[in-house]
Design a protein around this ligand. Structure first.
Ligand code: ATP
Ligand code: MG
Length: 446
């Protein structure tokens, strides 16, 4: 094996075995070991009842939050390990967790409740597998396959539809044929899944290496929780800038942007308002006037529906709203944008604009890509030189303005903002002597 089992997990497996119970590593960690990827957590399943597990780890710190579902979390060397009694699950009527769990004596029954064969493998300390559903072979083949009857498994918990697509995107795996069919057939089960659970899977999916192909192959699934995507999926655009329809352009743009949740969401939603803004002129060319504002409004609504956090939502909406804004490569303009958006959002916007161009007819946008690089270089230089971008950077402040004779109050801010505007546009340099002189003129003018 490529990676060592951590000492904490070893100790837990040994302690349970010595007490006469069965205990195995199970789920994601076994799957990742077989894939040759380092596991990020180590889950353990055991024939011991939760209260028995607790008894054998009485000396350790124990977290009891999962107790109702048979999980005891034990902290060894500061690392938490989840130890779960063999169990089956009842239905998910609260859309989040199974209504009840039933402890079972047999490992195979526990493995049978798990979603995909690759996630239904147990391993002991010697590396011996318990793999009743052929998960190891599916991992070798790079295949996602339901444990048992796919329709039934998706009907028990609709989130599995999104988990299948998430694993397909992140691992670059294919999905077995019957499982594919059942995903399409059971996508409406997502209506019964809590929004937060869907968005967790969606975020992981979007930053996966195969996000583009999954979006291409399963638009019906995405439309299930975001019906606003429907008109974009079928949108045609007859326009010299575009060589693709709305969905293929969107997917290209998602693929072209770095694998970051905010950026990928911005690309997925940047043209969502286009269908509502479409008009066709006498030459048969389509136009989408005003679509960024409509896209931003829809994006806001969609991200709220999936209960995204405010910070992510607001940033995605800002990027969507500005994605098509004119941005000439002039320092005066760049400084103003840096001032309004802040550097972080501004550089994200450059990524968004680049990815948007990459999804358009290449011949038409070559120059645009060069221009965006020029803008980036200029922005980096402006920041490296610590040029004046905000009121804080201005060589005079409120006290100077008041000392020159302006009454404390809103007028002080107006004077300072007026100076900042002129400095940003290179009308005047950010030099104290010159700025003070201008403040004094303002006072004598009055
Ligand atoms: P990750 O690498 O993202 O942690 P994971 O497969 O470990 O992936 P977890 O949510 O940590 O995912 O779940 C641990 C195990 O529990 C899974 O490997 C699987 O066996 C089982 N499991 C998790 N969610 C479900 C579900 N919705 N339906 C059936 N089994 C599930
Ligand atoms: Mg896990």
């Amino acid at each position: 094996m490529k990676f060592d089992i951590p000492a904490g997990a070893r100790k837990i497996l040994q302690t349970l075995a010595e007490a006469g119970f069965e205990a195995y590593l199970v789920g994601g960690c076994v799957r990742d070991l077989l894939r040759g990827v380092e596991p990020h957590d180590w889950d353990i399943c055991t024939s011991a009842r939760p209260e028995e597990t607790e008894r054998y780890f009485a000396g350790q710190r124990i977290i009891e939050t999962g107790l109702k579902h048979g999980t005891v979390t034990v902290l060894v060397d500061g690392e938490p390990y989840e130890i779960t009694t063999y169990r089956t699950e009842g239905p998910y009527s609260d859309r989040r967790r199974p209504d009840y769990v039933r402890f079972v004596p047999d490992l195979t029954e526990d493995l049978a409740r798990r979603d995909f064969t690759m996630n239904a493998i147990a391993m002991d300390l010697g590396g011996n597998l318990r793999d009743p559903f052929g998960g190891a072979d599916d991992i070798k083949a790079g295949l996602i396959r339901c444990v048992g009857e796919p329709d039934q498994r998706f009907q028990e918990d609709g989130l599995r539809v999104m988990r299948a697509l998430r694993f397909a995107s992140v691992f670059g795996y294919g999905i077995e044929e019957c499982t594919v069919q059942a995903i399409h057939d059971n996508r409406t089960m997502l209506d019964r899944v809590a929004a937060e659970r869907i968005s967790v899977e969606l975020c992981k999916l979007l930053i996966g290496k195969n996000a583009g192909d999954v979006l291409r192959q399963y638009p019906d699934v995405f439309c299930q929780f975001w019906p606003q995507l429907g008109p974009l999926v079928t949108l045609e655009q007859h326009n010299p800038w575009h060589c693709w329809g709305g969905w293929e352009h969107t997917v290209h743009a998602v693929e072209a942007v770095p694998a970051d949740v905010t950026l990928r969401l911005a690309m997925l939603l940047h043209d969502i308002g286009k269908p509502a803004c479409k008009s066709t002129d006498e030459q048969g060319i389509d136009h989408f006037y005003g679509h960024p504002a409509v896209s931003a409004k829809l994006a806001d609504e969609m991200l709220r529906a999936l209960k995204f956090d405010n910070k992510t939502r607001e940033r995605v909406v800002l990027l969507v709203e500005r994605h098509d804004a004119q941005l000439p490569p002039r320092s005066q303009v760049i400084r103003r944008w840096l001032n309004r958006m802040g550097p972080e959002a501004f550089f994200q916007l450059l990524e968004v604009k680049r990815a948007d161009s990459m999804g358009q007819a290449y011949e038409k946008v070559k120059n645009r890509l060069v221009e965006l690089e020029e803008i980036r270089a200029k922005a980096e230089q402006i920041l490296a030189e610590r040029q004046c971008l905000t009121l804080k950077d201005l060589a005079v402040d409120g006290r100077d303005v008041i000392a020159a004779g302006i009454e404390p109050g809103p007028e002080v801010g107006q004077v300072l903002n007026g100076l900042l505007e002129r400095v940003l546009s290179e009308d005047i340099p950010n030099e104290r002597k010159i700025l003070l002189k201008l403040v004094n003129y303002t006072v004598t003018d009055q």
